[in-house]
Design a protein around this ligand. Structure first.
Ligand code: G3P
Ligand code: CA
Length: 285
């Protein structure tokens, strides 16, 4: 790990949906593992239920990640809670040498009262703020098919309720904001900045950004989150964004050789399902 642009301690390790290579995604068990590993931050996707509760679910539907079926925004929380959270992909898929897990796995490591139940954002915030270990939160709002505008308002209300936001300013842990909001939608990020002007925001991007845009008009937010594929197509993007005063948070980087590639470019944060692998590679385990 020598001759990298940044020291290993400067790279933010972000556990994607918790340590989702090891436990079912978006479960307290997955987030607990991130804290145990000493990851710097955890990523979480939020969607709003029909009755206005923010839940940590990636897909528009619950079919892949639970025993139930249906669209999150068309179900009440009580209906979502009737189904068990499961994972339907092998553990460590894509990482050579890692043993596969059963095709469907339940989250046995969760605290009893939460076991198998969909995770609400408030429960995650309660868990993280009550933990003695400090892990920052990178919360991604998914494009709502319903509830446009309500998601951001509910998110800000929850952050205030758990003391993560005072006025528009985020709480700081070790001199860095304890929470940030990410989205592919510039509109969603603009709404967040109106409600909480000092809350860091990360504009997630899949497509090549026009060079003129990164030179003259910074994308929405304080950081840009390019996909790994985008950085492979355009490695110079990191330098251009840094010169524009923006951090670079790359997603989702799971293979050691891809982690080396991202580190060689000098990114600020790496979002990964394989937080243990990245911590090891950085010599932080
Ligand atoms: O952290 C950003 C990344 O999570 C975006 O993609 O589909 O995993 O939410 P997705
Ligand atoms: Ca996400």
């Amino acid at each position: 790990m020598s001759l990298l642009p940044r020291a290993p301690s400067e790279i933010e390790v972000v556990a994607h949906r918790g340590v989702s290579a090891e436990a079912p995604e978006h479960t307290l068990a997955a987030y607990q593992q991130a804290l145990t590993l000493g990851a710097d931050a955890v990523e979480c996707d939020v969607r709003m239920t029909r009755d206005g509760v923010l839940v940590c679910v990636h897909d528009r539907r619950i079919n892949r990640t639970s025993t139930g079926r249906g669209v999150v925004s068309a179900l009440d929380l009580a209906e979502l809670e009737q189904h068990r959270v499961v994972r339907r992909r092998p553990r460590g898929a894509g990482i050579r040498g890692r043993p596969p897990r059963p095709a469907v796995e339940e989250d046995d490591d969760e605290p009893d009262e939460d076991a198998g139940r969909v995770l609400t954002l408030d429960r995650l915030l309660e868990y993280v703020t009550a933990s003695p270990g400090r892990v920052r939160l990178a919360i991604e709002t998914k494009h709502p098919t319903r509830h446009a505008g309500q998601v951001e308002a509910a998110l800000i209300t929850s952050l205030r309720r758990f003391g993560l936001l005072a006025g528009g300013r985020p709480l700081e842990w070790s001199g860095r904001p304890a929470v940030r909001v990410m989205s592919f939608s510039p509109t969603a990020l603009r709404r967040v900045r109106v409600l909480a002007p000092d809350l860091p925001t990360v504009h997630l991007v899949r497509q090549i950004l026009p060079r003129t845009r990164t030179r003259t008009v910074p994308p929405a937010g304080t950081a840009v989150g390019p996909s790994l594929a985008l950085l492979r197509q355009d490695p110079g993007l990191v330098g251009r964004l840094h010169r524009a005063g923006l951090q670079v948070h790359v997603w989702v980087v799971n293979r050691p050789r891809d982690m080396h590639f991202a580190l060689s470019l000098g990114v600020d944060a790496i979002i990964t399902d394989e937080a243990a692998v990245l911590m090891h590679l950085l010599g932080r385990d």
